[in-house]
Design a protein around this ligand. Structure first.
Ligand code: HEM
Ligand code: HEM
Length: 147
C-alpha cells in the first residue's frame, strides 16, 4: 500500500463536503419520499411546515453541491467507472432541470415535463441508490485507505 497522494485526500474531502451539502439541501426531499412511500395517507404537519421553508436551501445548497461534486469527480476520475459517471450525469441533469424549473422563462408546459424527471420522489430514490451502488463498485478497485 503506497501513501495516499494529496490530490486524493483533497478529492475524498470534497466527497465528504458533497455528502454534507446533499444532506442539507435534500433532507426535506428525502423525508418527503419516506412519507410518500411508507405513510401516504397520514398527515405530517411538521413536514409540511418544513417543506415551506426548504426552497432556498434546496436551490442554493444543490447548486453548491453540483459544483463541489464536479471537482470531486474530476480529481477522482482515475479511480472511477461507468456507474460513477452515470451518477455524475444524473446529478448534473438534476441541477440543470432544477435551475430551468425555478429560474428560467420557458413555458409552464415545458416546466411540467421537466418536473416529471426532477421534482418526484422516485428521482431522489434513484439518486440515493445510484450514489451508494456507484461508490461501492468503485471502492472495490480504489487503491488507498479511506480516512
Ligand atoms: C442534486 C440535485 C437535486 C436533486 C437530487 C433534487 C431533487 C428534487 C426532488 C426529489 C424534488 C421533489 C421535492 C418534493 O418531494 O416535493 C425537487 C423539487 C424541486 N427542485 Fe430540486 N433537486 C436538485 C437540485 C435542484 C436545483 C439546483 C434547483 C434550482 C436551482 C432545484 C429546484 C427545484 C424546484 C423548483 C422544485 C419544485 C418546487 C419546490 O419544491 O421548490 N432543484 N427537487
Ligand atoms: C452527489 C454526489 C457525490 C457524493 C455525495 C459523493 C461522496 C463521496 C464520499 C463521502 C466519499 C468518501 C470520502 C471518504 O470517506 O473520505 C467519496 C469517495 C469517492 N467518490 Fe464520490 N461522491 C459523489 C459523486 C461522485 C462522482 C460523480 C464520482 C466520479 C465520477 C465519484 C467518485 C468517487 C471515488 C472514486 C471515491 C473513492 C472511494 C470509492 O470509490 O468509493 N463520486 N465520494
Amino acid at each position: 500500500m503506497t501513501a495516499t497522494p494529496t490530490s486524493v485526500t483533497v478529492g475524498t474531502t470534497l466527497g465528504a463536503l458533497a455528502a454534507l451539502l446533499f444532506l442539507i439541501a435534500d433532507l426535506y426531499v428525502i423525508l418527503h419520499m419516506v412519507h410518500t412511500i411508507f405513510a401516504p395517507k397520514s398527515k405530517w404537519p411538521w413536514l409540511e411546515n418544513m417543506g415551506k421553508k426548504w426552497h432556498p436551501i434546496h436551490y442554493f445548497g444543490n447548486i453548491a453541491l453540483v459544483i463541489v461534486m464536479i471537482v470531486h469527480a474530476i480529481i477522482m476520475a482515475p479511480y472511477t467507472g461507468f456507474w460513477n459517471w452515470l451518477l455524475f450525469a444524473l446529478i448534473v441533469w438534476m441541477g440543470f432541470a432544477g435551475i430551468m424549473i425555478r429560474f428560467s422563462h420557458i413555458s409552464p408546459k415545458a416546466k411540467a415535463s421537466l418536473s416529471r424527471f426532477h421534482a418526484r420522489w422516485y428521482m431522489i430514490l434513484i439518486v440515493l441508490v445510484l450514489l451508494v451502488v456507484a461508490h461501492l463498485v468503485s471502492l472495490q478497485t480504489f487503491p488507498y485507505v479511506l480516512g
